[in-house]
Design a protein around this ligand. Structure first.
Ligand SMILES: Nc1ncnc2c1ncn2[C@@H]1O[C@H](COP(=O)(O)OP(=O)(O)OP(=O)(O)O)[C@@H](O)[C@H]1O
Ligand SMILES: [Mg+2]
Length: 409
């Protein structure tokens, strides 16, 4: 059979875009406490006072970005009722910005026209900060709120999270010219735990935690979206609860729940069916889970990628489960080969426990009797080594390891 004509007919979806990540829901369900905390932290702004700096954290897919967008929209709207108040919001996704310098350049460029951008390299950091302070002093606004979304991308290099929230205090931008506030958003708990004391002090005037959703909450969120996304009557009654239960158990992520619902519908559509059934959700579930795991594997830091690489090599030699000292030996060779920092075995043990927490690894404790002491043996958890390899092969930083492969470590 050859190609079939494209057809706009769709018995399943009325508007599938409603299930997309980029779709902004009209209001946020199941987040009343968080929204209240958030709004109350921003209250000084509407009164014309200096903003409090806010650090927002919680796992992926729990509504941090969408809550921020809705609140900022509302703030922009409501400020119109107040004279002498003009709040400008600068929302930057830091995902690919790996240092404070890169974030600072990006922020400077938010204030510049297309012909006047600063390049991403070349200026000393102090000059970039000077540019930023000048723009902030000159800007035609009483307040500038910086939203630094996915700010964990900057890693340990967190100078900007000290400088920016302190811009008024340090006199770099006098508060009577422009009041500056920062909202930092992160889904990495390790990032929050490892913030330096000075950053904690300046950024975290208010900390707001977004916990994962449970199955009941997800059910309401999905229900609201499903009404506009699907043609009336195509969803059998148990579809939404089932998708909510899977996502609730797995991650508590609304994003995952929405993907699952979409995928189930997509399976039904691809088979020219007129109803989405329970079996479609069950079929979609492992697919969504795998893509979620892949994303997570991709997004761990280089040192964790190297640690996983070491496990992968040992697995190929049939040397798993292995002690952390054996994993470390392979890690060390690999890190040197790609010119990465070689961390201590202690750090790698920390990486191993983080990977275990994420469910990528399993650990078994071994006791050698009263005198022998005990040690841990690591192996891959509920993930296929082949998948780990596929992901690692796509990590640019590890390219050399796979190009000239060493067959035995
Ligand atoms: N309470 C909610 N009501 C309706 N939709 C929601 C709710 N929470 C999250 N969503 C939807 O779930 C998806 C993920 O939410 P969002 O992007 O805000 O997550 P996040 O916490 O920023 O995740 P990440 O840390 O990965 O950036 C979006 O499509 C969003 O619209
Ligand atoms: Mg987000």
């Amino acid at each position: 059979m050859g190609l079939e004509p494209f057809s706009a007919e769709d018995p399943i979806f009325e508007d599938e875009d409603v299930l997309r990540d980029s779709h902004k829901p009209e209001d946020l369900l199941e987040r009343d406490r968080e929204l209240e905390e958030y709004q109350s932290a921003l209250k000084p702004v509407i009164k014309g006072a200096r903003p409090r700096n806010i650090f927002l954290y919680g796992q992926t897919g729990v509504g941090k970005t969408v809550a921020t967008q809705l609140i900022m929209d509302r703030l922009q709207e409501d400020q119109e009722g107040y004279d002498n108040l003009y709040v400008r919001v600068v929302h930057v996704v830091c995902k690919n910005l790996n240092s404070s310098y890169q974030v600072a350049v990006k922020l400077v460029n938010e204030f510049r026209g297309p012909n006047n951008k600063v390049p991403t390299t070349g200026y000393p950091p102090d000059t970039i900060y000077e540019f930023l302070w000048e723009h902030l002093k000159d800007v035609d606004a009483t307040h500038v709120l910086f939203v630094l979304d996915e700010v964990d991308a900057i890693g340990d290099d967190d100078d900007i999270l000290y400088e920016l929230p302190r811009a008024n205090d340090n006199g770099n931008v006098p508060a009577d010219e422009t009041k500056v506030g920062v909202i930092g958003i992160s889904n990495k708990f390790t990032f929050r735990d490892n913030l330096s004391a000075r950053v904690k002090d300046s950024l975290c005037d208010e900390e707001i935690h977004f916990p994962p959703y449970d199955a009941n909450q997800l059910r309401n969120i999905l229900q609201q979206r499903a009404e506009n996304a699907f043609v009336d009557g195509v969803l059998e009654d148990d579809i939404v609860p089932l998708a909510a239960a899977f996502a609730g158990q797995e991650s508590g992520s609304a994003r995952q729940a929405l993907k699952l619902l979409f995928k189930a519908g997509d399976i039904a559509r691809s088979r020219d069916l007129e109803k989405v059934k329970e079996e479609h959700v069950r079929e979609a579930e492992p697919k969504i889970k795998e893509s979620q795991v892949r994303n997570e594997l991709e997004s761990v830091p280089t040192q964790s990628h190297l640690t996983l690489y070491a496990l992968l090599m040992l697995e190929r030699q049939e040397d798993l489960p292995a002690k952390s000292s054996d994993i470390y030996e392979v890690y060390e060779i690999a890190a040197k080969r790609i010119d990465a920092d070689v961390k201590t075995d202690r750090t790698i043990r920390d990486r191993l426990s983080q990977l275990k927490l994420k469910g990528f690894l399993d650990v078994d404790e071994h006791n050698e009797g009263p005198k022998g002491g005990s040690y841990y043996l690591y192996e891959f958890g509920d993930i296929r080594p082949d998948m780990v390899e596929e992901v690692l092969r796509d990590v640019d930083r590890l390219e050399d390891l796979f190009q000239k492969e060493i067959t035995s470590y």
